[in-house]
Design a protein around this ligand. Structure first.
Ligand code: HEC
Ligand code: HEC
Ligand code: HEC
Ligand code: HEC
Length: 146
């Protein structure tokens, strides 16, 4: 009888460890910056849905020009790039170049897109937020505007 309880306990422990093992990779997921070209593929559409046409509004904004507006001798200065580019010093997908993250892009306000940028995730507001989509609060702006 005792033995059976011990076995059950061992089995429960095993199951718990297995579950923890499954959960652990999720906790280690790192959200990475992709660059605006990915956001543009869906958000520059001619569409009845204004949410999918926002690229052009951004493209014409001061944020889009933030890196171009730096004086030539400051374009590589880390002290400026922190606020005049996107995700400076933060994890990015390995294929993404510096040039692709110039200016204050979508992800500077909406969060790094590596895990929310698929259609399936994007159309689900809860899932998208679980995977790195951020609501652009005052604190987000205040990282650069003070
Ligand atoms: C594969 C297509 C696709 C890509 C790529 C994509 N989006 Fe989206 N996005 C959508 C769709 C679809 C919606 C939902 C539109 C709706 O609610 O009507 C959406 C919604 C959003 C929303 C509003 C979400 C909410 O719940 O308030 C934000 C913000 C957003 N996208 C930002 C981005 C950013 C930033 C990128 C680039 C990193 C990006 N999207 C890339 C398709 C895409
Ligand atoms: C990553 C840094 C960064 C973040 C985050 C950021 N901004 Fe900016 N913002 C800038 C920079 C840099 C400029 C200047 C761009 C230029 O003119 O070259 C700017 C310009 C602006 C301007 C235009 C000012 C003008 O003179 O035309 C407004 C308005 C603005 N930001 C509002 C916001 C708001 C609101 C948020 C948050 C939702 C925000 N910004 C988030 C860096 C940032
Ligand atoms: C903490 C964030 C931050 C840092 C660091 C920063 N900037 Fe800016 N910069 C901004 C913001 C925000 C604006 C927009 C201000 C506004 O219009 O209200 C701006 C605007 C500018 C503009 C005006 C763009 C225009 O034409 O209207 C220039 C030029 C500029 N910054 C150069 C620099 C240089 C050079 C450095 C590095 C030595 C630098 N900035 C560092 C946040 C920053
Ligand atoms: C300077 C910060 C900033 C940048 C850069 C920015 N956004 Fe936004 N975005 C916001 C804010 C603030 C809102 C309004 C959020 C709210 O209503 O709660 C918003 C709202 C949205 C929405 C939802 C609109 C709606 O009607 O509900 C979408 C979709 C979106 N942004 C996509 C993008 C895309 C795509 C880019 C790049 C092409 C981008 N944003 C760049 C700050 C930014």
């Amino acid at each position: 009888m005792r033995r059976r309880v011990a076995l059950a306990a061992a089995a429960a422990l095993l199951a718990a460890t297995a579950a923890a093992g499954r959960d652990r990779p999720d906790e280690r997921v790192v959200f990475r910056y992709l660059g605006v070209k990915w956001c543009r593929t869906c958000h520059s559409r001619r569409s009845d849905n204004p949410r999918l046409g926002l690229f052009h509004t951004w493209e014409d904004s001061a944020h889009a020009r933030a890196w171009d507006d730096l004086p030539d001798d400051q374009k590589d200065n880390p002290a400026c790039l922190r606020c005049h580019t996107t995700g400076y010093g933060m994890p990015r997908r390995p294929d993404v170049t510096d040039a692709e993250l110039r200016g204050v892009q979508c992800e500077a306000c909406h969060g790094p897109g590596s895990h929310y940028f698929t259609w399936r995730v994007m159309k689900d507001p809860v899932k998208a937020r679980e995977r790195g989509l951020r609501d652009p609060t005052r604190e987000v702006c205040a990282r650069c505007h003070w």
